[in-house]
Design a protein around this ligand. Sequence first.
Ligand code: NCC
Length: 277
Amino acid sequence: VPGRSREELLCQLKSQVVRWTLDGTEEPFYSRGWGGLVPNRTVEQVYGTALKTCAVVSSAGSILDSGLGKEIDSHDAVLRYNAAPTEGYEDDVGTKTTIRVMNSQILANPRYNFSGSELYKNNTLLAWDPAPYNVDLQEWYDYPDFDLFSAYEERRRHDPSQPFYILHPSYLWRLWDVIQGNTWEDIQPNPPSSGFIGIIVMMALCDKVDVYEYIPSKRQTDICHYYDYQPNQACTLGAYHPLLSEKALIRRMTSSSESDIGVKGQLTLPGLRSLQC
Ligand code: NCC
């Protein structure tokens, strides 16, 4: 099975990863009034076919001194992660944030100031939390890793015009299945990283996706994030998330050259929409 070609991998993603976000029609969310709480339009409907070129910016420390900011900003849309800022790092990461993919800690832990911070305003938000693999939504609702539901409800009421979604747990686990299904070793039974999730989201929304510093370039450093200067090797190769396998899979899906990946820190992936499978 792990011998699939690039085209086969892309088509596998396209066919197996379909369920996107919570739409409020399933229990226990329906009874809590989420039918009227989640945005009327899905994230795919919000963007339609408008996005031709998209950039995905990893939070890795190795993007520092890349000078990639202008190139990143030249895309129709830019995706960033969690609490990753642009202010103060514009030369390397750009200024534009169209979509932000966040784990549930951002919504639940007061240190991120989700309700007050500008990082989480004027953009599209996609949040996720690791539900059980069997996707028992009631169990997830009762025992999320971090309570993302309260902050979601509050923001939806406060700013209904912001496109804000919670990724469906089956989206995460179908992505995990694709990673495991293309890896020889058993991987961690934990969801993919926000990094992998965001790349696949952009592949569904855009015609072409440029990913920056997801596979470490020659600038590779032990500094976890470009914005906090904390050294931590596990950030790049993984402890909780199956980072190594995710990155190997993305490497197999791109036709970018070794020098683009290793010197510049960029790789290109096709949009899934126009793929002929
Ligand atoms: O670190 P994090 O990820 O926010 O980074 C976003 C994505 O960028 C890629 N990355 C990051 C650092 C690095 N040196 N190399 C990289 O390739 C990864 O693909 C990563 O997913 C997450 O995935 O949500 C994660 O979030 C943090 C943390 O919760 C948030 O930053 C909020 O502070 C997690 N760290 C901890 O919980 C301590 C991290 O494990 C995963």
